[in-house]
Unconditional design. Structure first.
Lengths: 395, 450
């Protein structure tokens, strides 16, 4: 190997390694789309699902129809003819607070759960339109009783919610909802801010704040025995304003993010140690909720607004890296991409394991795709090419 | 209506088993008197179509057991979609608002049962001349049409949806370069890129075709300026192209070309030369030429070929020599089934209907009609001739009236529905099927003829 080439390689490597983490991943070509220019003015919460085999995004957000004055839940779907939005909720969702919409994706499609008044509703898309059903209700509309949704390996939705006195898990068997109280150790359990995840093996996992003991608990439903078992997570202070977001990786190992008054923590179960490992990730989160998601390769992702910018944190097992989305006017359309300060950022991964984000900006509901992000090693590999090109010019 | 009469010779005991009540004969299919001699059931779908600019595409909607046909319609000055089901009235729907019309409509149905179509605009408020994409999204999304960016003055679009409802539109640019338009979900817009390879020999509508293989990869075939049939497949690593020189036996000018992909993802391309209807099979190592129908001068549309689940090819074509519509098939070597003779027709398109039986749609010029033909037209109970959901005495009377006996051809098009085994007679073998399907006053079993 010649000396000039060695020097070039060394220089490129040094350059790459000296870059800040958020630039190493080179937000070269985020693609933005404006889903809806006129969501509800005070909307902060939204959800994202990917249908059609994780190809076609569906965004669930708050919308105030013209002349109505009340907030409804809307769903926007992307088709080759563009974005098409429809009102999902038959009645206005809770005001002034949001309906706490949650969404999930399955191989067959995407669905959402939210609260309208005292009822929880689930919407799933079929050919003729959205199919809306009511799996359960609550006696309290306090934010602590927000619902959560995930899909099982059979493509059927499972939701978790509190009915005011008991923590409930409802699963759809193809014809109707089956509601089951989460009974732990023979006692009915009530939990706040529940977050549910269903593994590829069908096991149901829960994270919640115990209503009676004000602690964070993890619970799992044993398929063999049909019983729930729970573990207190003393290292994770209970959520009082924020949320838990639970997900299981492709190996069915659970992890969850915990947002508590701007502080973001990540807890993952270490199967070797048999214990939960808790990491503090950020202390300046402005979003009201966070979403944890795993891609098909087990890479974890979290997205939120911090310091007026959208942040995406990714962990492929080698530690967390933070990426920042471009702000300012969009190259196509010129709309403002800067997020609203307390906007939630919904996150999902598409069929190619690329992150997809949705959030509120001052210009409306925005969808962002991270198409291709070259690894730093790729830049190093380009060095010989650059060297050869330089030699040719000198000739 | 032309055609022979029912044979009256009493030859076997099974006929006496059918004879019985003097109930009137039930006639299932009412054909317009202008029909030529039809060898398979034919149904007139619509009239007042433009005989010159007529072009038709179809698919079979399994969920609703309907054949869906789209075509430009003169009277309503737009494209029309007709839904045809056996034993039911035809349902018509305008695919676009009045005044939005054009040429070369191409149809597809997505995984949710929603209809999509692409056509070439001849002028509409949506923008400059080019290609249009329409989604008939039902009550949820409504009917919406957009101009596909980057396809200004594009011609001859052929459209398909993959298993994830992603659209692919192959078309010919103004300069003759085949191109492919796809919808980039990540960017929320259409993207157009040229298909690598020579330009088309002439930007004619009939010499470009598209199919999707079983890995959802688009396969584009065209006749190029180097006198070759070119086939290009877009995979995850980019385009891969093949070509086969045909300068010694080039397609005839009006032939047209169509492509289909078999179960092992091998492209088949059909077109007509002076030899007749030729089919090229693009194997991995070579290209094999087969003569599907010798001596014909076939007119082919881009939608003229399908491959059934048993890997059998069906090609619908119009033979200019004898003025007839045929379907060529390679079940046991190539053979052709006469669909209708003594007609002036073009734009023969084919689809697989119920039980994978073929259905063809075509433009009939002299009477400005859209016609549908094929045994796949019949519904799920073949012996229910009067469409009342039962196989009873009226159906028996029709069968008796159509019975000919072994090896005695049945020429009456009204009786072709009684030829269950499609051997051109109505005999004891067909009666065996009828017996199995008999239900009397009860509902017929939809699987009785299986």
């Amino acid at each position: 190997m010649s000396l000039p080439l060695v020097r070039t390689l060394a220089l490129c490597t040094a350059m790459v390694l000296s870059l800040p983490a958020w630039l190493q991943a080179a937000e070269l070509s985020w693609s933005f789309q404006r889903v809806d220019a006129e969501p509800s003015p005070d909307a902060t919460q939204l959800a994202l699902g990917l249908g059609g085999g994780a190809h076609w995004p569906k965004v669930f957000y708050d919308k105030t129809p013209a002349g109505v004055g009340l907030k409804y839940l809307a769903a926007a779907s992307l088709k080759p003819t563009g974005w098409s939005s429809t009102i999902l909720s038959a009645a206005a969702i809770a005001s002034p607070t949001s309906g706490y919409v949650g969404a999930a994706s399955s191989s067959g499609g995407a669905g959402a759960v939210w609260r309208t008044g005292n009822s929880f509703q689930v919407a799933q898309f079929t050919g003729p339109g959205w199919q809306v059903s009511t799996p359960g209700s609550t006696t309290s509309i306090a934010p602590v009783h927000r619902p959560s949704i995930d899909y099982g390996p059979d493509g059927r939705a499972v939701i978790a919610y509190s009915n005011g006195t008991r923590l409930m898990v409802a699963g759809h068997d193809g014809s109707r909802w089956q509601n089951d109280a989460v009974d732990l150790l023979g006692a009915a359990e009530n939990g706040y801010y529940p977050s549910i995840a269903v593994g590829s093996d069908g096991a149901r996992h829960l994270v919640y704040r115990s209503a009676s003991q004000n602690r964070t608990y993890y619970a799992v439903h044993d398929l063999a025995t049909g019983k729930w078992s729970k573990t207190e997570l003393s290292g994770v202070p209970p959520v009082t304003a924020g949320n838990y977001s639970l997900a299981v990786n492709p190996n069915n190992v659970p992890s969850f993010a915990c947002l508590r008054s701007g502080t973001l923590e990540f807890a993952s179960f270490d199967t070797a140690a048999g214990a939960w490992d808790v990491t503090s990730l950020a202390t300046d989160v402005d979003s009201t909720r966070v979403n944890l998601a795993f891609d098909g390769n087990g890479r974890a992702g979290l997205a939120f607004v911090s310091e007026d910018l959208v942040r995406l944190m990714l962990n492929d097992g080698g530690g967390w890296t933070t990426h920042t989305l471009p702000s300012g006017p969009a190259p196509v359309g010129g709309y403002d991409r800067a997020p609203k300060s307390n906007s939630e950022v919904a996150l999902a991964f598409d069929a190619d394991n690329l992150p997809v984000l949705a959030y509120y900006s001052r210009a409306g509901v925005i969808l962002a795709y991270d198409p291709i992000v070259p690894e730093p090693a790729t830049l190093v590999m380009m060095a010989p090419v650059l060297t050869l090109a330089g030699r040719r010019r000198r000739r | 209506m032309k055609g022979g009469s029912v044979a009256t010779k009493q030859t076997s005991a099974w006929r006496s088993a059918v004879a019985g009540h003097p109930a009137p004969v039930a006639v299932l299919v009412a054909l317009v008197a202008s029909l030529g001699w039809a060898a398979v059931p034919v149904r007139v779908v619509d009239t007042q179509v433009d005989p010159v600019r007529c072009q038709v595409d179809l698919f079979y909607d399994v969920a609703r057991d309907q054949t869906v046909v789209a075509y430009p319609h003169v009277l309503t000055a737009t494209f029309r979609v007709a839904r045809v089901a056996s034993c039911q009235e035809i349902e018509y729907r305008a695919l676009y608002e009045q005044g939005v019309t054009g040429l070369d409509v191409s149809l597809a149905r997505d995984s949710l049962g929603l209809l999509s179509a692409v056509h070439r605009s001849l002028g509409d408020p949506l923008g400059p001349l080019g290609l249009r994409y329409t989604l008939d999204g039902g009550p949820m999304f409504g009917l919406s049409t957009i101009a596909i960016d980057g396809t200004t003055k594009g011609r001859a679009p052929v459209f398909a949806l993959d298993g994830h409802d992603r659209p692919y539109v192959a078309f010919c640019r103004m300069d003759g370069q085949p191109s492919l338009a796809t919808f980039d979900v990540r960017r929320g817009r259409w993207v157009v890129a040229p298909v690598p390879g020579p330009r088309m020999a002439a930007p004619e509508a009939r010499f470009l075709s598209l199919a999707l293989d079983h890995q959802d990869r688009p396969v584009v075939a065209w006749y190029d300026e180097n006198s070759s049939v070119s086939v290009a497949t877009l995979g995850s690593g980019g385009w891969s192209s093949r070509s086969c020189r045909m300068e010694a036996d080039p397609p005839i000018d009006s032939s047209g070309l169509c492509v289909a992909v078999d179960s092992v993802d091998v492209p088949w391309v059909a077109f007509s030369t002076v030899q007749g209807l030729l089919v090229l099979r693009f194997n991995v190592l070579n290209v094999v030429t087969q003569v599907a129908a010798p001596g014909v001068q076939a007119l082919l549309s881009p939608h003229a070929m399908v491959v059934d689940p048993a890997n059998r090819i069906r090609i619908g074509f119009y033979n200019q020599v004898d003025r007839s519509v045929y379907v060529a098939a390679n079940d046991f070597g190539w053979s052709s089934t006469l669909v209708e003779s003594n007609v002036s027709a073009h734009s023969v398109s084919i689809a697989l209907g119920s039980l994978n039986r073929w259905i063809v749609a075509y433009c009939e010029v002299d009477h400005q009609q859209i016609r549908l033909a094929g045994l796949g037209l019949w519904g799920t109970v073949q012996a229910d001739f009067d469409c009342d959901g039962r196989v009873s005495t009226t159906d028996r009377d029709h069968f008796e009236a159509c019975a000919t006996g072994p090896s005695i051809p049945q020429f009456d098009a009204n009786c072709l529905n009684a030829d269950f085994d499609r051997d051109c007679d109505v005999d004891q073998d067909d009666f065996a099927v009828f017996q199995r399907c008999w239900s009397g006053g009860d509902s017929a079993d939809v699987h009785c003829a299986d």
